[in-house]
Design a protein around this ligand. Sequence first.
Ligand SMILES: Cc1cc2nc3c(=O)[nH]c(=O)nc-3n(C[C@H](O)[C@H](O)[C@H](O)COP(=O)(O)OP(=O)(O)OC[C@H]3O[C@@H](n4cnc5c(N)ncnc54)[C@H](O)[C@@H]3O)c2cc1C
Length: 265
Amino acid sequence: MDLDVASLRRARTRADLRLAPGEQLLAGGTWLFSEPQPGVTGLVDLTALGWVPVERAGDGLRVAATCTVEQLAAYVPDPAWTGWPLVAGCVDALLMSFKVQAQATVGGNVALALPAGAMTALLAALDAVAVVWAADGTDRREPVADLVVGPGRTTLAPGEVVRAFDVPGHALRARTAVRQISLTAVGRSASLVAARRDEDGTLTLTVTAATPRPVQRRFTGPPTSSQVTDALAGLEWFDDLHGAPDWRRAVTTLLVDEVLAEVTA
Ligand SMILES: Cc1cc2nc3c(=O)[nH]c(=O)nc-3n(C[C@H](O)[C@H](O)[C@H](O)COP(=O)(O)OP(=O)(O)OC[C@H]3O[C@@H](n4cnc5c(N)ncnc54)[C@H](O)[C@@H]3O)c2cc1C
């Protein structure tokens, strides 16, 4: 849809990211242009900054916030990155066509903080850290799993911009498994569960979509069924038209069993 804004600035430098009152950051625009944006009078386009979409960083990877879902899916990984199939699993979990995937950015997905944000799920499951540019010129780093704090809510302060996500090499070299379920055949994710088993045997379970924010549980080795039950006990289950909390709890329990079986087989 058209937005009734007075200005569109293309950011070329970090200084251009200082927002005037009423200005909003624009990435792929797939959400921004999908509904009215009351109070938004100007847009600042991040995509003109020319950030390299995906690049090696040490033994890991840096994914620019402006990397599109399509670019991430097309990246050719290091052969040692056994955890890479998680990328395709999470991309497929998004309820969007290839046309939207060509525009939607990884950073926009995280900043939007929808429970069904599959790029949030992917990055959280890989223990990625967000590099955040503050308006005063300083940087800060925060795990993606902590940055998203609820439906549509993040720890980003006004004027903060996500620059990139740093994915550690050990997570990329892990064994991974992912499962997703929706209430309807091509509906939005109601539960998205990922398991990661690192080379040292550590097991990380990440639950999204079924919970208002990413939930992670770590085990020193394959957990017993009672450890799994304890890990899921007391979680807050998300409630919206894509699934009732009791159903989400039930299906998540099954998906957790499946991903754990896959990474520990
Ligand atoms: C058909 C369709 C299906 C969709 N399916 C899903 C789905 O299954 N799951 C899901 O989570 N979403 C879904 N979406 C919503 C949206 O498209 C995605 O979340 C997408 O990844 C958002 O990225 P974008 O680059 O288009 O963000 P934009 O629309 O450009 O921006 C989204 C928000 O993030 C902010 N933002 C963007 N980049 C940054 C940054 N680097 N730093 C700080 N703030 C930033 C913007 O200011 C804005 O508030 C869907 C949208 C459509 C149209």
